[in-house]
Write a protein that binds this ligand. Structure first.
Ligand SMILES: [Fe+2]
Length: 284
């Protein structure tokens, strides 16, 4: 019966949230909220004031081999124009402190609008965790009040490299905001990879390891979802994406609190990321 089939597919669909007028992350049902926290992934309706089209246009201009943005210098291993060797991603990646120097003004502003979305999501996670609000800033290395580290990356996938689009991994930081217009993203649910279909007008949001760490002893922990991007073929539409990472500062510290505000553990961000990196290498 088609009615039943529809009911099942809606049940399996990833939950959808909005940023409400009070700036809070809101799901339409408690069940959707539960599922988002359990899976570590959900869709977020793109706020109306956001000029996503201009940002996508900027991303497409990077495909031109003579784009001046392809000669942005590298700052360490994570920033600048980067063509990775172990997957198909090619990208311009910049931390917040370099946006104004390298991105056009409207793209830097777009990044700052994503900062506000990242903060709204993080604050909702903390609010649900029961961790007392005065501790949120310490727990997130300042990100919940507008500091911390953020990356705004413009990515495309080079089909000349026959590798995975992106190998299975979890994100290291707090929250990832993804805009992609073509299929390929999959997440692991109960040991199996499932497609995350493109939902027009929506970002895909996922939680990362640092947020899992911070909330692990709270009333409501969030999970970091394992995800991957399938290998893109030359016959596919060019896969482009905009990725925003809300991350802790590399020289900062992560704190684990329970709902009484007692410290249950902590780690320097560098040590924490080093362990994740080691596990990732073993996983591959
Ligand atoms: Fe990722």
């Amino acid at each position: 019966m088609s009615w039943n089939r529809q009911a099942v597919s809606q049940d399996e669909h990833f939950p959808v949230a909005v940023i409400a007028s009070d700036r809070r992350l809101t799901f339409s049902t408690a069940k959707d909220f539960d599922r988002a926290w359990e899976l570590g992934i959900f869709y977020l309706k793109v706020p109306e004031h956001l000029d996503l089209e201009s940002a996508r246009q900027f991303g497409s201009e990077l495909l031109a081999l003579d784009s001046p943005y392809r000669s942005i210098q590298q700052y360490g291993a994570l920033e600048g124009f980067i063509a990775l060797k172990n997957n198909q991603q090619t990208k311009v990646a910049l931390r917040r402190q370099h946006w104004d120097q390298h991105y056009p003004a409207e793209i830097s502003e777009f990044g700052r609008q994503l900062d506000r979305i990242g903060i709204a999501i993080l604050r909702e996670v903390f609010s649900q965790s029961g961790i007392p609000e005065p501790l949120w800033d310490d727990a997130s290395g300042g990100y919940s009040s507008g500091e911390g580290t953020a990356f705004l990356n413009f990515v495309h996938y080079d089909t000349r490299n026959p590798d995975f689009g992106l190998h299975p991994h979890t994100d290291y930081g707090f929250v990832t905001i993804l805009d992609a217009t073509t299929p390929g993203l999959q997440v692991e649910v109960n040991g199996r990879f499932e497609d995350v279909p493109v939902l027009p007008g929506h970002f895909v949001i996922n939680f990362g390891e640092a947020l899992h760490f911070i909330t692990a002893h709270s009333e409501r922990a969030v999970g970091a979802v394992v995800h991957r991007v399938l290998s893109q073929q030359s016959a596919d539409p060019i896969r482009q994406s905009i990725v925003y990472f809300a991350n802790p500062d590399l020289d900062g510290r992560l704190w684990q609190y329970d709902a009484k505000g007692d410290v249950k553990g902590s780690s320097s961000v560098q040590d924490f990321f080093a362990i994740l990196e080691k596990n990732l290498t073993q996983y591959r």
